[in-house]
Design a protein around this ligand. Structure first.
Ligand SMILES: Nc1ncnc2c1ncn2[C@@H]1O[C@H](COP(=O)(O)OP(=O)(O)OP(=O)(O)O)[C@@H](O)[C@H]1O
Length: 269
């Protein structure tokens, strides 16, 4: 598989848990190299859709393809081989380990050999691990974490935890990157830094990116297109600007306790 940004196509995705319909006939197409936003009120089904794409959930029906190859039904670890990496709403880090060690957890899918040769520390494994360390250190530098590479992750802010997760995802050399609420818990300055860097990351690493996010300022600044989900179904698709002025979207958000989300104010900044 060539290392070119992936094309992602979803057709009629349905997801049910018992009698609950979490996703209903959701379709979307993300062209290679685009940054695509997935927005909608709380409980709309955004993370569930991510989970279907990343193999953490199995869709009840529908098709998911990456560069035309069917991937629905594949496990999360198999999806890594299709060039997919993701971050989570709540980063799962080893807080006592250093930033570098946490990032290296993302390198296993690209290390030579397997668990047996890693445990026996065979020469090719050691070489590969050394290369991963160098690459991780370079990536940390590139994303502004070079100075804290040897600091325990627990000593850093929640915003920097998100960056560690992003670096970890990039280390697996993805072609398709799913970011689940990258701005949640970030300060205003950290959100601005993320906005300033994400398009460069997309270009430098030749990625297609899908972002779930409530922060409409961020979505407007970085996405090419967005899809709005509500109650598990597609409400509209278009540019972020079109979404923000769409009466259906405004109404869906007005049903929520806070209307700040659609007006572009940061959530929790
Ligand atoms: N494993 C599961 N079992 C049962 N219901 C689930 C499961 N996962 C998600 N759901 C339900 O699916 C619906 C959509 O949840 P989801 O987390 O995908 O929404 P979301 O749009 O990401 O919300 P938020 O913006 O608050 O993160 C919710 O009603 C949720 O309770």
């Amino acid at each position: 598989m060539s290392a070119v940004a992936a094309e992602l196509v979803l057709r009629d995705i349905n997801l049910r848990f018992g009698g609950i319909k979490v996703l209903q006939d959701v379709s979307m197409a993300v062209e290679s190299g685009r940054i695509f936003g997935l927005v909608g009120p709380n409980g709309a089904g955004k993370t569930s859709l991510f989970n279907c794409i990343s193999g953490h959930y199995r869709a009840s029906s529908g098709s998911i393809t990456i560069d035309g190859v069917e991937t629905s039904g594949k496990s999360a670890s198999q999806m890594t081989k299709f060039g997919l990496a993701r971050t989570f709403q709540h980063p799962a880090l080893q807080l006592h380990e250093t930033v570098l060690e946490n990032v290296l957890l993302g390198a296993h899918s690209t290390l030579a050999g397997g668990p047996v040769s890693w445990a026996l520390r065979m020469p090719w494994t050691t070489r590969s691990e050394k290369a991963a360390r160098t690459e991780a250190a370079e990536l940390l530098e590139r994303l502004g974490l070079g100075d804290v590479a040897d600091t325990p992750a627990g000593e850093l802010s929640p915003g920097l935890h998100k960056t560690i997760e992003l670096v970890r995802a990039l280390l697996s050399k993805p072609r398709l990157l799913l970011l689940d609420e990258p701005a949640a818990g970030l300060s205003h300055t950290e959100v601005e830094a993320f906005i300033a860097s994400i398009r460069g990351v997309r270009d430098d690493f030749d990625l297609t990116i899908v972002i779930v996010e409530h922060h409409m300022g961020l979505i407007s600044a970085v996405t090419d297109r967005v899809m709005v989900l509500d109650h598990g179904a597609t409400l509209m698709e278009g540019t972020a600007r079109e979404a923000q002025s769409d009466p259906r979207v405004i109404e869906a958000y007005l049903g929520q306790a806070s209307t700040a989300e659609v007006s572009g104010e940061p959530a929790g900044a």
